[in-house]
Ligand binder design. Structure first.
Ligand code: ATR
Length: 276
């Protein structure tokens, strides 16, 4: 076993994960001895792998699809975001106890802060399209930013209703065909559906009602410019792709494991873009 601190990304499948590229770039940049690897773990083996994480020499790891909820159930302690979401994307040890956090929401917000300063606009309304796992963290994070309303719309309306309360009292829900009602007030519109990903159909929504100040962002980063963002850009709106969220959600874990708060630099972004 190597004496260097090692972390890993736990997923199934995990070959598509860019996390090793990101963390190993930071290790090299800061001249740190350590390693970050992929761990492809099937659901049936997830619990035993996590219970053996420290014994196998890992200082922690990231958790991705489909294990985030299982990880939440296994940790000794969860941070506030993970507890609110019931999902963990970052694992680390404190005094021998396994702690789980969720950095997806802070990554989402940090990306907007960096790429579109002032994105909160008049804080009247943030519209989130989609209500899956990715949307949950976004709705939760937006609930902390002082919007009068955080509107969640989804093809399956019941799922939007289930997650809107993650934004606290600001949360409201609707079906996809309610989106147009929210758009005139929207400072931010987010595509949190899987539509627009390479190989999938495009999200068909009409953005014509958005005010000029509105920012459009997507959680997808393959491709970097989805049809949704291309449409928003053609309308003259500011747009923010999903890659920065991936980079920013990684930073807190790196700091926990390796002791340095890493920077999200243009160089890192270019490295990941070259791999897409
Ligand atoms: P993730 O964890 O990435 O959010 P998910 O949980 O599978 O993935 O969620 C996918 C999201 O994309 C859901 O909001 C889904 O809508 P439903 O809840 O109605 O399934 C949305 N989505 C996927 N395909 C869609 C389609 N063809 N039209 C509209 N929404 C779609």
């Amino acid at each position: 076993m190597s004496g260097f601190p090692r972390a890993c990304v736990l997923g199934w499948p995990v070959s598509q994960s860019r996390s090793p590229l990101i963390h190993n770039h930071w290790l090299a940049t800061y001249g740190l001895a350590g390693g970050y690897e992929r761990a492809e773990i099937a659901p049936a083996e997830f619990e035993s792998f996590v219970r053996g994480l420290g014994g196998a020499g890992f200082v922690g790891g990231n958790v991705t699809v489909p294990h985030k909820e299982a990880a939440f159930r296994l940790v000794d302690e969860a941070d506030a975001s993970a507890a609110d979401l019931g999902a963990v994307n970052t694992l680390w040890f404190e005094d021998g106890r396994l702690v789980g956090g969720n950095t997806d929401g802070v990554g989402f917000v940090a990306n907007l802060d960096e790429a579109a300063p002032g994105w909160e606009g008049e804080r009247k309304l943030a519209a989130v399209i989609g209500a899956g796992g990715a949307a949950r963290a976004v709705v939760h994070a937006l609930g902390t930013r002082g919007f009068e309303r955080v509107a969640v719309v989804n093809r399956t309306r019941e799922k939007a209703e289930a997650i809107a309360p993650l934004a606290g009292r600001a949360g409201v829900a609707g079906g996809l065909d309610d989106l147009w009602r929210f758009l005139p007030d929207a400072d931010l519109v987010v595509n949190a559906t899987s539509l627009g990903m390479a190989g999938k159909g495009a999200l068909e929504v009409h953005l014509g009602e958005l005010p000029e100040r509105a920012v459009a962002t997507d959680l997808i980063y393959v491709p970097l410019e989805t049809p949704f963002l291309a449409d928003a850009r053609a309308r003259g709106l500011r747009t923010v792709d999903g890659l920065g969220m991936l980079l920013h959600q990684a930073a807190p874990g790196f700091e926990r494991w390796f002791g340095v708060r890493p920077d999200v630099t243009p160089e890192l972004r270019a490295l990941v873009v070259a791999d897409i």
